[in-house]
Design a protein around this ligand. Structure first.
Ligand code: IVH
Length: 671
């Protein structure tokens, strides 16, 4: 009996290992999430009933429950070296020349060129095929043990498949842990909505995550790994190319963009190609790592100080440009925050023309002494928003003066509020037209009440004409029909369309309305959580901060902000008025609704032209459907936009129905 259970458990584990490998390493899913969960739960149940059979390599043991109290120091058997950097073609030619000199050869040297993944390097050791421990690089000689955290990464095998016979008993695998850019953005957005500090880039986010003490939290974050180095006391492979192939064979995830180059010129071409192509990669890379292919030659070349002589990093230049700072606009947002924006002489940089850049806050301007008229350096990093990284002082015009930080609101002239705790400056006049305009615009925006025709310029015009004093007035605009028709260039048809769109917005669900109110720190995700938890506005208004904080993933700052909002009598008055206009301040019973995408699962891919991704997602969800990020046999439709890549291929492979935007619109009918 016991042997039977043991066999069954091992069978289930092997199945899960194979599915994990297919999904997380090869990015191909062979079974539905449902089937996977079923097998996983079956294994969990058997292990619960037979705890003596649990082994650390079981797939159920990826997320341990123990907190790491302190990170132990690990000494690397072979130091984890760093690389010398190179920045241009000449430096690569010099590197090649140096190698030929040391080896005393004149023939071409073969190199492997790999992408330099911008993450955190990790060493993972295996003993008798089982994951033993994992450590960060640290200072190269000693690092921190982060085994529990690394085990949560599903593309890291906990056990090397036993079909690989004659494996050396001790193996070390090195690689780079990273986060995909989209996953990082999603994760950061979620943090922002939950009022947590956001990370500046995927690398920082990865490093921060690896330092967490609770593997359960780590498991929820989108960590991944590319391995690039297999070490053992026995000779496993004679070349770096074989080393990478061997890693793949053993079940590790390897970045497939590496290339075997016959000589340094091929390496230079590889660097040039990827300098542009990297813009389309789903992860960040900051350069290329070039390694002598032949391992015997590597050994001959040896190391200098902390870097090997046989390898070098080629660093991509940050995409930079200089241009003139024409002026600084101080923008007043809907929350009253006054932020500086640089108005620039337009320049083309990394695929788009840039005429504005963020200056973040007053301290940034003062610290960098950025002045109007200066020639400034702008950079486009991983972020889409360009930033000013410095000033070309030699080009500064004579007589230029330091930038003045405003004391009065640039819109309503009220004195600004300088907080001691924050670098932001605030206009605290609730009647400031900029705030009124901003809050109405937000209310009507796509993610909120989605009132077509009530965009920035119309809102500005209506506020300036005194037709709107707050978002509440939107619902009495129909009484001002004649005034609207008389507005120059507006016309009857636009008025009818606008009034229809306003009418239609009354059907928006509670969570959208809650978001539309513009409560500080209440983004779409938080609004959804609050709406689902409290079900109607009265419950939320009457909730104590503790009760609000009791909602999973809602922090004290959100709770305080929500309370503050409802403590303002004017806001309560607005809600009463919006209610009498017919807005729904409570959740609907979803099952009663007649929805067209009930239980239908979509995957979106490529660039959509008729909707943004968020809009398409909203439409699907509002109609009872679900949007997931990866295609499986459970996916009902793949909505395909332009330049769709691997997902489209995968859909075809799995026989999942693909539709374009027109077909999607047809499905919606007149929804
Ligand atoms: S090889 C001696 N290969 O770049 C060999 N490193 O400064 C050194 N990195 O610490 C590592 N991608 O964190 C290598 N394909 C790759 C890499 C890579 C990223 C990182 C690694 C290392 C740093 C080198």
């Amino acid at each position: 009996m016991n042997a039977n259970v043991e066999n069954k458990i091992e069978q289930l584990r092997n199945k899960i290992r194979e599915y994990d490998y297919n999904y997380y390493v090869l990015a191909e899913s062979k079974i539905s999430d449902f089937e996977y969960d079923k097998i996983y739960k079956e294994l969990q149940k058997l292990e619960e009933e037979n705890p003596h059979l649990i082994t650390p390599e079981s797939p159920t043991q990826r997320v341990g429950s123990d907190l790491t109290k302190e990170f132990l120091t690990v000494t690397h058997k072979t130091p984890m070296l760093s690389l010398a950097n190179s920045y241009d073609e000449q430096e690569l030619l010099d590197f090649d020349k140096r190698i030929k000199n040391i080896l005393d050869v004149t023939h071409d040297i073969e190199y492997v060129a790999e992408l330099k993944i911008d993450g955190v390097s990790i060493s993972i050791t295996y003993e008798n095929g089982k994951l033993k421990n994992a450590a960060t690089r640290g200072d190269g000689f000693t690092g921190e043990e982060v085994t529990n955290n690394i085990k949560t990464i599903k593309s890291v095998p906990l056990r090397i498949n036993s079909k690989h016979k004659n494996l050396p008993s001790h193996l070390e695998v090195r690689g780079e842990v990273f986060m995909e850019i989209e996953e990082f953005k999603k994760f950061n957005k979620q943090r922002e909505e939950e009022d947590l500090k956001t990370f500046v880039n995927p690398r920082n986010s990865t490093a921060g995550t690896l330092k967490l003490q609770d593997p359960k939290v780590v498991a929820k974050r989108p960590l991944d790994i590319f391995t690039y180095y297999l070490l053992s006391e026995e000779d496993i492979s004679s070349t770096q190319e074989n080393n990478l192939k061997k890693l793949k064979e053993l079940g590790f995830k390897v970045n497939n963009n590496f290339n075997l180059c016959k000589n340094i010129n091929e390496v230079i071409n590889y660097c040039k190609t990827w300098d542009t192509k990297r813009a389309n990669l789903p992860y960040e890379t900051d350069g290329v790592v070039i390694k002598v292919n032949d391992i015997k030659l590597q050994q001959k070349l040896g190391n200098v100080a902390k870097s090997p002589r046989w390898a070098i990093a080629f660093k991509f230049a940050a995409q930079q440009m200089t241009t003139k700072l024409l002026s600084i606009t101080w923008q007043v947002g809907r929350t009253g925050a006054v932020t500086p924006v640089a108005e620039l002489e337009p320049v083309f940089l990394a695929g788009s023309t840039i005429s504005r850049a963020t200056l973040h806050n007053k301290d940034e301007i003062l610290r960098k002494d950025i002045r109007v008229g200066d020639t400034v350096i702008i950079e486009k990093g991983g972020d889409v928003i360009p930033k000013i990284t410095g000033v070309v002082l030699e080009k500064r015009e004579k007589g230029s003066k330091p930038s003045q930080i405003p004391i009065h609101c640039p819109v309503c002239d009220e004195e600004l509020f300088y907080s001691e705790e924050e670098v932001a400056i605030y206009c605290i006049n609730n009647l400031c037209p900029a705030q009124i305009k901003g809050s109405i615009e937000h209310f009507a925006s796509r993610g909120a009440m989605d009132i077509e025709g009530l965009g920035e310029s119309i809102v500005n015009q209506f506020v300036d004409l005194g037709l709107l004093k707050s978002y509440v007035d939107i619902y009495s605009l129909f009484q001002k029909r004649e005034d609207l028709i008389n507005i120059e260039r507006f016309g009857e048809k636009s008025v009818i369309n606008l009034l229809n769109a306003i009418e239609k917005s009354k059907d928006k669900p509670f969570e959208k309305i809650l978001f539309a109110l513009g409560i500080r720190y209440v983004g779409t995700g938080v609004a959804k959580k609050l709406a689902n938890h409290f079900e109607k506005i009265e419950n939320l208004i009457n909730a104590t901060p503790d009760e609000i904080e009791a909602v999973p993933e809602i922090g004290p700052r959100i709770a305080e902000s929500v309370k503050k909002f409802f403590n303002i009598p004017k806001n309560l008055e607005n809600i009463t008025q919006l209610k009498s206009s017919g807005l729904k301040f409570e959740i609907e019973n979803k099952s009663d609704r007649n929805v067209i995408f009930k239980n239908v699962t979509f995957v979106l891919t490529g660039t959509l032209s008729k909707f943004t991704r968020d809009e398409a997602k909203n439409i699907i969800e509002e109609n009872g459907g679900k949007v997931t990020s990866s295609i499986s046999s459970k996916t009902d439709f793949v909505l395909v936009g332009e330049n769709a890549g691997s997902k489209l291929e995968k859909a075809k492979k799995l026989n999942v129905k693909t539709i374009d935007e027109n077909e999607f619109k047809k499905m919606l009918g007149n929804q």
